[in-house]
Design a protein around this ligand. Sequence first.
Ligand code: PEP
Ligand code: MN
Length: 280
Amino acid sequence: MDDLQKHIGAGLQIAGQPIGGEHFTLIAGPCTVESREQTLDAAHAVHSAGASMFRGGAYKPRTSPHAFRGLGHEGLRLLAEAKLRTGLPIVTECMDVRDLDGVLDVADVVQIGARNMQNYALLTEVGRSGRPVLLKRGLSSTLDELLSAADYITQEGNEAVILCERGIRTFETAYRFTLDLTAIPVLKERTHLPVIVDPSHAAGRRELVEPLSLAAAAVGADGIIVEVHPNPDEAICDGPQSLDAATFSDYVERVSAAAALTGKTLVTSTTRITEQAIAA
Ligand code: PEP
Ligand code: MN
């Protein structure tokens, strides 16, 4: 494990950014990498609004095999360009151990999606990679099961695991999933790992994303991963729940204020990229 990723007491460091403790991490970007223009527009928008990291999926878990499943390798290439142009660390999902090497070429944080939380072969391999992991809670998983899944990663010597509550399946059908906010303080009682919230996939619709984000920050989450798109109405995937990039900076301001309630400060990426680096 290199210096940037080593375990530091109450928190971790990821690509030079502290996470956990008194820090609040805001990971933002589109559900899916769709095109060069959409990816770079989203990356610039969330960067200038003060986000900590950029998210975007190149490999997408979809309920129907007929839905768009991501640009794959080309998507990873676009994420690499977004990183080069903004300096934002990249969070992207790996669904299959066969794709892991390619994902590791660009990901500062490897996302394990809700549907793969108990894919033990994948957990073991990302554990062995030593790269920070964002582990999402399964749709119907208990906190014990989530923590056992995290153990698969830490058992390989990789302590850089971020837990993510993203809504669970309950009897309620008025919204996509039920955001389990109680999970945040309870996970914090039971582990030193940072705990973040995904309000987008829980809500399923844009109007609910900000109230859930404010609640997550107020209840002590160490950060949020949120979907943002330059043109949500035309998004290929998860448009109805995506925030509009044009108004994202207002959202960031209000979420930062909510994070301050629990003594946390937003970590903003300050990396400056030179034109020379882009040309190289
Ligand atoms: C995602 O983050 O794009 C995603 C598919 O999330 P989840 O695995 O929580 O459904
Ligand atoms: Mn999505």
